[in-house]
Design a protein around this ligand. Structure first.
Ligand SMILES: Nc1nc2c(c(=O)[nH]1)N[C@H]1C(S)=C(S)[C@@H](COP(=O)(O)O)O[C@H]1N2
Ligand SMILES: [Mo]
Length: 206
């Protein structure tokens, strides 16, 4: 912690007491050491034998991958802080999985591709500009904290999108649709902010 650190309040003092730089806590958030579970609907029943993953829309070569094909793609790992719009933040979450660039090589996005809609089980969707999926810390995630994802955290596959509230990180991911135009997803249509930047507290759209 630097000498010049200005505390905004109790939440920041707790972050400092836990040994982290309070500047890592976005406005209106508090630090949690646990990993809460949050979603609409129920945890889907997934059978890896019939599971598939599609990349479609503004791409030269749309693909559908089986679980075995997806699992054979090169893996990488990263670490980042996650921020839920319900105000909890978790620091140094470790994720493992497949980076978008591995899929981009296969599908070859068209120059017109500027946004994506993540499609998950039960019709759940989330939208972000494509540059957020291209970020080094974005990941099509199969592991968290060194273990396979648990069903309630999105097994077998979830998205992790850095720099946005965590609702953009769709659990139980089944496809990525690249688009020329933006299209609001499930929570965005429900009244959450389209851009969802935790540092600007973009929680609600209206
Ligand atoms: N498929 C799906 N993914 C989802 C959601 C959802 O309702 N359905 N909720 C989002 C929200 S609001 C949050 S905060 C995170 C929570 O992820 P976690 O349960 O792993 O903490 O998942 C996101 N991904
Ligand atoms: Mo959330």
């Amino acid at each position: 912690m630097s000498v010049g650190t200005v505390f905004r309040g109790r939440a920041e003092k707790k972050v400092a007491a836990a040994g982290y730089d309070p500047a890592r806590l976005p406005p209106g958030q508090y630090l949690t050491e646990k990993w809460p579970v949050l979603h609409a609907g129920s945890v889907p029943d997934t059978d890896l034998a019939t599971w598939d993953f599609r990349v479609f829309g503004e791409v030269e070569s749309p693909i559908t991958l089986s679980w075995d094909e997806f699992a054979a793609l090169p893996k990488s790992e990263n670490m980042q802080d996650i921020h839920c719009v319900t105000r909890w933040s978790r620091f140094d979450a470790r994720f493992g999985g497949v980076h978008w660039r591995e899929l981009a090589t296969l599908v070859r996005p068209k120059p017109s591709a500027r946004f994506l809609v993540a499609h998950a089980e039960q019709g759940f969707t989330a939208n972000v500009p494509l540059e957020f999926l291209e970020d080094d810390n974005a990941l099509l995630t199969t592991e968290a904290d060194g273990e396979p994802l648990t069903p309630e955290h999105g097994w077998p596959l979830r998205l992790v999108i850095p720099g946005k509230y965590f609702w953009k990180s769709a659990k139980w991911l089944r496809g990525i649709e690249l688009r020329a135009t933006d299209e609001p997803g499930f929570w965005e249509r429900y009244g959450y902010h389209n851009d969802a930047d935790p540092w600007r507290e973009e929680r609600y759209g209206f």
